[in-house]
Write a protein of this length. Structure first.
Length: 174
């Protein structure tokens, strides 16, 4: 597996063909009285072929800094970053690992690429509007994300059930 900064040499409109966004959710976190509460709320998240092409076109649009995880020529994970800082935070716009490749360290490797990009850009934190599924929030929490004390209103309003989270990043000591 290799993490690469996306460009027109390593990514095309068809690069996400075969990518499995599929996720069966049983429990979600809800913010109630300032505390996270786990609530049973089953649903399935999935992307069809048209949505995969739409995501690939977003990646190719030039509006994002995107890193992909490759297994050979196959894209098995992606993290899209909005290149403008918001109050010193680099925003993660999209972050997914294909179903069959989850729990193999690919998400952590993509996070590390995003962390390095954030440091390069002078950010002090990474910010994400996170799907509230139990698995997603547990993953972000394991990376060091916490509820943001300064949520970005436009993101919170666009996805009212998402949790607004951020992770402080620091340079490693030499």
């Amino acid at each position: 597996m290799e993490i690469k900064l996306v460009d027109s040499n390593n990514f095309t409109r068809d690069s996400l063909k075969g990518f499995q966004r599929y996720q069966e959710v049983k429990n979600v976190y809800r913010l109630q009285d300032g505390n996270l509460t786990l609530v049973y709320n089953p649903f399935t998240e999935d992307w069809d072929a048209a949505r995969l092409i739409e995501k690939a076109e977003e990646i190719l649009s030039g509006r994002y800094v995107t890193y992909c995880a490759y297994e050979g020529n196959r894209v098995v994970g992606e993290i899209m970053l909005i290149p403008r800082l918001n109050k010193g935070r680099l925003i993660i716009d999209s972050f997914h690992v294909s179903r069959d490749y989850r729990r193999h360290g690919i998400g952590r490797a993509l996070f590390e690429a995003a962390r390095q990009e954030a440091l390069k850009r002078g950010a002090h934190a990474l910010y994400a509007s996170c799907c509230s599924s139990e698995e997603t929030i547990n993953f972000y929490s394991a990376l060091g994300f916490r509820l943001s004390s300064d949520p970005i209103p436009s993101l919170a309003e666009a996805e009212p059930y998402d949790l607004q989270m951020e992770c402080m990043i620091i340079r490693e000591m030499q």
